[in-house]
Design a binder for this molecule. Structure first.
Ligand SMILES: *Cc1c(COP(=O)(O)O)cnc(C)c1O
Length: 365
C-alpha cells in the first residue's frame, strides 16, 4: 500500500489493517460507530498506563499539542504555579502554552543534549513554595533523550506537587506504571507508539484532579473537565464532532498492540530496531548526538556527515527514492538528522534502510 516507510516520530508507519479500518464513513451517534468503542479505548489506555484504579482517561480532538494545552489549561488554575523542566523543543512548547494561557511558571532550562539536574529541581521546590505543579517531557523527541522520570517523580511526590508528564512519544513504546513513577497526569496521542493515525490526543489522569477541574479551563473546545464529564456520563460521547475514522483506526491499533504481546513486546522490538540502527550507522561512519545511556529507543539523532558534498535535502530524497523517509534535525546547536524506529517497522526494514544509506552515501567512500 505504501511506496515508502515513515521512519519519523509520528505520523508514523501504520499497518495495512489500521489503515483499512478507516475505509468507511462512520456516523458519530449511530450504534455501528458505537460508543462502546470509545469506552473500550479509554479503559484500555488506563490499563496500559497503570495498574492503579485512581486514574481515568479523556480523549481530545487535535494533535498532541492540543491535549498538552488542554491539560495545562484545565488543571493549572490562575492561583497555581507551574515548574517546567525544559531540555528540548517540547519542553519549550509547554512554556509557550503557559505564556498563551497566562499561567504563572518557572522554566528550568537545560541544553538539549543534557539531562535535568535533580538537585536543582529539588532546590527550586524547596525554595519556591508557590509551585503547585511540575511538568516534564519523558522522551524529548527533539534529540531522542530519555529524561529521568522516576527520580523527578520521587522529588515531585516528596514535595507534594502535581506531576504532569508529556509522554507523547514514549507511551506504548516503553513500559511504565504512572502510579510507580508518581505521575498524576500523562499526555500522549493517537499517532505515536500505539501506532494509530493522527487526529486526537489523550490524557490519563488521576480522576480526583479532573473532578476538581470543573470551570478552570480557559478554552471551550479544550476544556478537559467538560470533555471528561461528557464521556464519563454519556457512554463515551465526545462533546463535538469526533474524529471517527481515526478512533476506529486507533481501536484496531490497540488490538494489534495486544496481539504483538503488549507494551513489553513492542518495547523490545523498538529497542532492537534502535540498537540495530545505531550499530549499522556507526559501521557506516555516522556518530550519534547522544551517548547511549541517555538514549530512548524511540528516535535517534545523528550528526550530519562533515563532507562538504553532504546536503540533507539530497540525502533525504535519495533515501525516499529507495523507500525510506527520515526526519530533519531539530537541535539548535548541532547539525543533525533524525531516524525514528517506532511504528510498524521491523528488523528487515532497518536492515533495508542501512543498505540504502550505504548505497547513497557517496561521500563516505
Ligand atoms: C509529537 C510530540 C508532541 C505533540 O506534537 P504534535 O505535533 O502536536 O502532535 C508533544 N510532545 C512530544 C514529546 C512529542 O514527541
Amino acid at each position: 500500500m505504501n511506496d515508502y516507510l515513515l521512519l519519523t516520530p509520528g505520523p508514523l508507519t501504520t499497518s495495512a489493517t489500521v489503515k483499512s479500518a478507516m475505509l468507511k464513513d462512520w456516523c458519530t451517534w449511530d450504534d455501528d460507530y458505537n460508543h462502546d468503542i470509545v469506552e473500550s479505548i479509554r479503559k484500555q489506555l488506563v490499563s496500559l498506563a497503570t495498574k492503579s484504579e485512581q486514574y481515568t482517561c479523556v480523549l481530545m480532538q487535535g494533535s498532541g499539542t492540543a491535549s498538552v494545552e488542554s491539560a495545562l489549561g484545565s488543571l493549572v488554575t490562575t492561583n497555581d504555579k507551574l515548574l517546567i523542566i525544559n531540555n528540548g523543543a517540547y519542553g519549550q512548547r509547554m512554556t509557550e502554552i503557559a505564556d498563551y494561557l497566562n499561567i504563572d511558571y518557572h522554566s528550568l532550562n537545560y541544553p538539549e543534549t543534557e539531562q535535568p539536574v535533580l538537585q536543582q529541581i529539588s532546590d527550586i521546590l524547596d525554595t519556591d513554595p508557590s509551585i503547585t505543579h511540575v511538568a516534564m517531557v519523558h522522551c524529548e523527541t527533539t534529540t531522542g533523550m530519555l529524561n529521568p522520570v522516576q527520580h523527578v517523580g520521587e522529588l515531585v511526590k516528596s514535595h507534594n506537587k502535581v506531576f504532569i508528564l508529556d509522554a507523547m512519544s514514549s507511551f506504548g513504546g516503553i513500559e511504565f506504571d504512572l502510579a510507580q513513577l508518581h505521575v498524576d497526569v500523562m499526555i500522549s496521542s493517537s499517532n505515536k507508539c500505539i501506532q494509530g493515525v493522527p487526529g486526537f490526543g489523550f490524557v490519563v489522569c488521576k480522576q480526583a484532579l479532573i473532578v476538581a477541574a470543573k470551570g478552570v479551563a480557559r478554552s471551550l473546545s479544550l476544556d478537559l473537565y467538560a470533555q471528561w464529564h461528557c464521556m464519563q456520563t454519556q457512554g463515551g460521547k465526545w462533546r463535538f464532532t469526533s474524529p471517527t475514522h481515526v478512533v476506529r483506526a486507533f481501536y484496531q491499533a490497540l488490538l494489534e498492540l495486544k496481539e504483538e504481546g503488549g507494551i513489553a513486546a513492542r518495547a523490545i522490538r523498538y529497542q532492537e530496531n534502535q540498537q540495530l540502527l545505531v550499530k549499522g550507522m556507526r559501521e557506516l561512519g555516522f556518530n550519534t548526538l547522544l551517548d547511549d545511556e541517555l538514549h530512548s529507543p524511540i528516535i535517534t539523532s545523528f550528526y550530519s556527515p562533515e563532507d562538504p558534498g553532504y546536503q540533507f535535502k539530497k540525502f533525504y530524497h535519495a533515501l525516499k527514492q529507495q523507500g525510506f523517509v527520515i526526519y530533519p534535525g531539530k537541535v539548535s546547536e548541532a547539525d543533525c538528522f533524525r531516524i525514528g524506529n517506532i511504528g510498524h517497522v521491523f528488523e528487515k526494514d532497518i536492515q533495508g534502510l542501512l543498505t540504502a544509506i550505504a548505497t547513497c552515501c557517496y561521500w563516505l567512500k
